[in-house]
Design a protein around this ligand. Structure first.
Ligand code: ZN
Length: 174
């Protein structure tokens, strides 16, 4: 999935486990849930628009990805201060693409890092757990530009879920 999806999931999880007491336990649970959420959303990503290779000549690809990058920056600006751990944890697996990308660009090989190991390991765990093992039966829409709608909807749902959480909390206190 795109960065805004992962960032919003991290923010929601962070808020869920932001306890005044047991801070360390909360942080550990945030970490575990963020890893799990990343694997879950990336498995869902089979069914949304996501070209395996960058398509710089394709205007739709360019605009969509530019919007996603801008959206990520906005989200980081809004949420970084209060939810940085959730954001960091939910983006940790993307370290895979960074390492692979740097090797590709600078033409060198790290022998033990030739595949996205974090994604591979998380996915391995995810597909052992029912009902998530059925997720690879999702239709493959990665090359269909219309399938970006699913990701945009998901981002909207996550944003609304976060808003609802904030409101719920306010109602308890006042
Ligand atoms: Zn990922």
């Amino acid at each position: 999935m795109q960065a805004p999806t992962h960032i919003l999931a991290g923010v929601i999880i962070n808020r869920l486990f932001k306890w005044r007491n047991y801070k360390l336990v909360g942080l550990l649970l945030t970490f575990i849930c963020c890893m799990f959420a990343h694997a879950f959303f990336d498995q869902l990503a089979l069914s949304v628009y996501r070209q395996p290779e960058p398509q710089f000549n394709d205007p739709f690809w360019l605009i969509y990805h530019l919007a996603m990058w801008l959206g990520s920056i906005v989200l980081l600006y809004i949420f970084w201060r209060d939810y940085k751990w959730g954001i960091i944890f939910s983006l940790i697996p993307e370290f895979d693409w960074l390492v692979l990308g740097i090797q590709h660009v600078f033409h060198f090989d790290i022998p033990f890092y030739q595949m996205p190991w974090i994604h591979f390991s998380l996915n391995y765990i995810l597909v052992q757990i029912p009902p998530f093992n059925y997720m690879d039966m999702l239709p493959d829409n990665r090359n269909n530009p219309w399938a970006c709608i699913w990701e945009l909807l998901l981002i909207a749902v996550l944003a609304f879920a976060f808003r609802a959480m904030v409101r719920y909390r306010k109602n308890i206190h006042f």
